[in-house]
Structures are given as C-alpha cells and as structure tokens.
Design a protein around this ligand. Structure first.
Ligand SMILES: Nc1ncnc2c1ncn2[C@@H]1O[C@H](COP(=O)(O)OP(=O)(O)OP(=O)(O)O)[C@@H](O)[C@H]1O
Ligand SMILES: [Mg+2]
Length: 307
C-alpha cells in the first residue's frame, strides 16, 4: 500500500503537510494535559456518558483539574449532563476558551454548538441545514477540536466515546498510546460479550486498559437505603481486566444527568460513594501502571484551578 510520502504530487493540497501540521497542533494543544482517559464500551446505552460526567465530578471534588471532551459528535450528551448547552464560545488570541460546569470542569460537547432540533451532518457547512458527520471527517473534526480549544493545564482530560467496538478501536488509533481506557458494561451477558470484544481489540494495541466499571449493578432503593439486585447476575462480569468498581442504578443519578446538576449533591449517597471509589481506583491505575512513559508522576492536588 502506498503511504502519503510515496504519492508524487497531490494537486497542491499539501496533504502530508496538513496532516503533520494538525498532529503538531494537537500535541501542542495537549501539552499541558497529564493524562488522557477515554471512557468507552463498545455497547451503547450502558452509561458511558453518565460515568464520564460524574467520575469527572468525583475527580474534581478531589481538587483535580479536569476537562471533558464529548467525542460522540452525532449523539452528544455532555452539554446537557454538564449544564453547558447554551455555552458561548469565546475566541481568544490563540485558542477558543471552553465553557465550564458550575464545579469548574471544562467541557466541549457538540450539544453546545448545534441545537437538539437540528440533525448533525458533516455536509452542513456546504449544504444548508443537513448535518451527518461521518468517519474520516469525524476524526478531522476531533483533531480540530483537540488542536483549537484551550485545554490548558489539566490533570485529566476525559473523553466520552460513542458506542461501537469498531469506533472504540478507531478512537484508540487516532488518540494514540497516551490515551488510557476505562470500559463500561452492565450486568448482562449481551453487554459483557460486546465489551469483551472491545477488550480483545484494544489489548492488541498499545493503549492501557485501566479496567472496567459495571454500571447499573443493582438498583439503589432510596426508601430502604439499600442496593437491590436488578439483573440475574450478582457478581461483576469477568472481563480479564481490573474491575474498578460497580455503580447501582439510581434514578437520582439520571435526574442529575437530565438537569445538568453537578456531582456535589450525590456525594453522600450510595452512588456518590461508588463513583468516588472508582475515581480512586482510576487514579491508582494511572499512577501505578508504567506503560505511561510520558508521565508517571503523582497527580497534583490543585489549589489554583478555577472553580
Ligand atoms: N447508574 C445509573 N443510574 C440511573 N440512570 C443511569 C445510570 N447510568 C446511566 N443512566 C441513564 O441511562 C441513560 C443512558 O446513559 P448514557 O447516555 O450515559 O449511556 P451511553 O453509554 O453514554 O449511551 P450511548 O451509547 O448512546 O453514548 C441516561 O439517561 C442516563 O442518565
Ligand atoms: Mg454516550
């Protein structure tokens, strides 16, 4: 197969130069980011976005500097979950500033850019109102977002991935070996089987698999203050990677997501404690696994980051 370097003359479009320029812009833009953590699954609807948002909240509550990139451009959830749907993007001299949640998490989500009443379509810029953003253009857009927004100095950039085991691997390829993965499953064999495929596919590459979270692991009954079984399986499904923890189904968590209420008010609940425990495990994984040759320093507690 020919590589870009082998193509003689590209009609003046400078493809190779453009790709290299974008790569440089991305690495410059992310130079101040200590860890990139992608939250994926393969399976849809298992709670990737919910856990991204509220794990970010649990990490923020520990004083870490956190941003979220909602990489599900066609089905963005973070704008609503973070309460930044009506964000105004302010171009700075170099990069565009990001909106922040009430607890100080910077968020990019397509849901802040395009209203829910409009379908998304990559053709929109050229053809009126339609918007279906696909494959290669999706990654070109991801590159633009990583390179154009003000990510600044961060302990963690959390990336909320779209569903699909194939997409999970494509994102791993695009984001490169710096990005570690947390996978989300639910206690059902159907979900476990799909997530197992993502584990198998990612294990072939260089990205670290920090572990998985079993979401909707039982139902939290607020009246009786106890977690009750929801599905038949009672033990977290084994996936051959560490289990970072389990999160019960709690309608209050769904309400927080729908209304864009930050993690803070969940903190003392069963679900809040579960999320805090998973945040702890995640940090432990990041600080102990050696594959991140770029940086294994202990995460810095943040006194000066904006609230
Ligand atoms: N533990 C939970 N308790 C209560 N509701 C939950 C929980 N986890 C997820 N939900 C709710 O389930 C729905 C789906 O969750 P979410 O959007 O996070 O899934 P997803 O995996 O990101 O989906 P997609 O594959 O479409 O990106 C949301 O309405 C969310 O609020
Ligand atoms: Mg999602």
């Amino acid at each position: 197969m020919k590589r870009y370097q082998d193509i003689v003359g590209d009609g003046g479009s400078r493809i190779l130069d453009q790709v290299l320029e974008q790569r440089t812009r991305i690495s410059d833009g992310l130079a101040g980011v200590r860890h990139l953590v992608a939250v994926g699954s393969g399976k849809g609807g298992v709670g990737k976005s919910t856990l991204t948002q509220h794990l970010a909240g649990a990490l923020r509550a520990r004083g870490l500097r956190i941003a979220i990139l909602d990489a599900d451009f066609n089905g963005p959830s973070q704008a609503r979950m973070a309460g930044v749907e009506r964000a105004v993007f302010v171009p700075g001299s170099q990069k565009v500033a990001l909106p922040r949640t009430r607890d100080g998490i910077a968020v990019f989500s397509m849901g802040s850019v395009i209203p829910e009443s409009q379908a998304l379509d990559f053709e929109s810029l050229a053809h009126g109102e339609s918007h279906t953003w696909r494959a290669t253009r999706e990654f070109a857009l991801l590159g633009e977002i990583l390179g154009s927004f003000e990510w600044g100095a961060l302990d963690l950039l959390m990336i909320d991935l779209p569903p699909g085991a194939d997409r999970t691997v494509q994102y791993a390829d695009f984001l490169g070996p710096r990005t570690s993965f947390v996978l989300v499953t639910i206690p059902s064999e159907v979900a476990r089987g799909v997530v197992a495929r993502s584990v198998a596919a990612l294990a072939k590459g260089p990205n670290r698999l920090l572990g998985y979270v079993e979401n909707m692991s039982g139902y939290y009954c607020r009246d009786c203050n106890a977690v009750k079984p929801l599905f038949a399986a009672s033990e977290p499904a084994a996936l051959g990677i560490p289990c970072l923890g389990t999160v019960p189904f709690d309608p209050e968590l769904a309400r927080h997501c729908d209304l864009g209420i930050p993690f803070e008010t969940l903190r003392e609940s069963a679900v809040g404690r579960a999320l805090a425990g998973i945040a702890e495990q995640l940090l432990e994984g990041l600080s102990t696994t050696s594959a991140a040759a770029h940086d294994s320093r202990e995460l810095r507690r943040d006194e000066e980051s904006p609230r």
